[in-house]
Design a binder for this molecule. Structure first.
Ligand code: AMP
Ligand code: MG
Length: 408
């Protein structure tokens, strides 16, 4: 509609083209378990032991042998087994053993009968139900077998993996060093927060968004601040970033009116490709390499910068950092109101998902102009509208992508 979009690069092609060139560039180091939170595993972890390590009781009750129950007469309690204090004495015929959750079951136990299914009269225990063989016994190795692979290289360690590794007795883990990412914003109009604005100035917001997303990814950030549209200063910033970081991410200066200078500089120092992506927001995007570091040039418009980071840069950084990247979950939802859309680009509109009377519904956050940041801050999902799709009527089914870890 209106303009020719046939020359625009599909997002999937851009992603594939980038990922093919990238490989993990982070060495591994050995860290104590608590310090490894947020880091990426450098190798698979095989369990050094079985979990649970021994047969144990899942209930508070009585350990029994089925043969002793056959007569139907009460059993005499021979003794007690607690977690950490196994029952180790003789276990005469016609007896049961009082047992607590987590205690090793005594040798010969066929089942554990929960306390609620018994009646105690002093030491004489009457069993009200006939147990199944193996009932309420957690078998050694039933959770994790000895030698089983519990986590694979590339896994980012979250609070969920910490107790798992501790349960295996793992004290230190091999993890990747964090990826080092230099960032700066470009533009004569940009001022840092905490300073007054002159007429024509705006606050640099992109750097705060990019920094926050890098922090979520566990990257180390070298923040080079705001660089004016000045060739000498930009050149110096590119060179410094290349010397000190694995990756440089800039925002601004890649649109038609401004790309020439960045291009000239990158052609001189390394290589660069300017891509016109078939996505909205986020058409202009640059990807290239400096002598040592990789370069990602994000659009200046704040919403475009966040969306291109989330959709394109995130998987690329994950690969460089050695992290396995899983595509975010996409769901189907009902458009609760009409959505404006022109065919030609894949739209990542910002939406609000909610539970409606007929299932999951989605609404737009309002103006989808890529300079309107409130459209992103109020959203909890992308409404992903296919490239060739036009306007969406209320009641149509649309694909939504709930925001992932970077934006939450
Ligand atoms: P550019 O890509 O440099 O042409 O910038 C496109 C639009 O985004 C312009 O309106 C810029 O003022 C704005 N912009 C660029 N960089 C930033 C930034 N760091 N923070 C906020 N707005 C920006
Ligand atoms: Mg600019």
């Amino acid at each position: 509609m209106g303009f020719d979009t046939s020359g625009l690069l599909p997002l999937s092609d851009a992603l594939q083209g980038m990922l093919e060139q990238l490989a993990c560039c982070c060495d591994s180091e050995q860290l104590p378990l608590p310090e490894a939170l947020g880091r990426i595993l450098a190798s698979d972890i095989a369990s050094p032991l079985a979990v649970p390590p021994f047969d144990n009781s899942a209930m508070d009750g009585y350990a029994v042998r089925l043969a002793d129950l056959a007569s139907g007469t009460p059993l005499i309690m021979a003794g007690k087994a607690f977690a950490g204090q196994p029952y180790q004495s003789e276990w005469p015929a016609g007896h049961c053993v009082r047992i607590m959750t987590g205690a090793p079951v005594p040798t010969g136990t066929d089942a554990v009968v929960m306390q609620e299914e018994t009646q105690a009269d002093g030491d004489r225990i009457t069993f009200l139900a006939q147990p199944e063989p193996g009932q309420n016994i957690r078998r050694a190795g039933s959770d994790i077998g000895k030698g089983a692979c519990v986590l694979t290289a590339g896994t980012r360690l979250t609070p969920r993996e910490m107790p798992l590794l501790a349960s295996l007795g793992v004290a230190t883990v091999a993890v990747r060093r964090p990826l080092k990412v230099a960032i700066f914003s470009t533009g004569d109009e940009l001022k840092p927060v905490g300073t007054p604005l002159a007429h024509g100035d705006i606050y640099d917001s992109n750097r705060y968004g990019v920094r926050a997303m890098l922090a979520r990814m566990g990257c180390n950030c070298l923040d080079l601040g705001i660089i004016p549209d000045d060739p000498a200063q930009l050149r110096a910033a590119f060179i410094r970033a290349d010397e000190e970081a694995d990756v440089l991410i800039t925002t601004g200066g890649v649109s038609v009116g401004e790309a020439d200078f960045t291009k000239q500089l990158l052609d001189e120092l390394g290589e660069i490709g300017f891509w016109k992506l078939a996505i909205k927001p986020g058409k202009p995007f640059a990807f290239g390499r400096l002598p040592r570091a990789w370069f990602f040039g994000l659009p200046g418009n704040p919403v475009s910068a966040m969306v291109t980071f989330d959709q394109l840069v995130q998987p690329a950084l994950a690969k460089l950092a050695g992290q396995r990247f899983e595509r975010p979950l996409q769901l189907q939802a009902i458009a609760a109101e009409p959505l404006k859309k022109s065919p030609g680009r894949l739209d990542f509109q910002r939406g609000i998902l909610s539970q409606g009377p007929n299932g999951i519904e989605v609404r737009s956050t309002g103006s989808q102009d890529s300079a309107v940041f409130s459209s992103l801050s109020r959203a909890n999902c992308y409404i992903v509208l296919e490239r060739e799709r036009g306007r969406v009527a209320a009641g149509e089914t649309v694909t939504v992508e709930p925001f992932g870890g970077l934006l939450l």
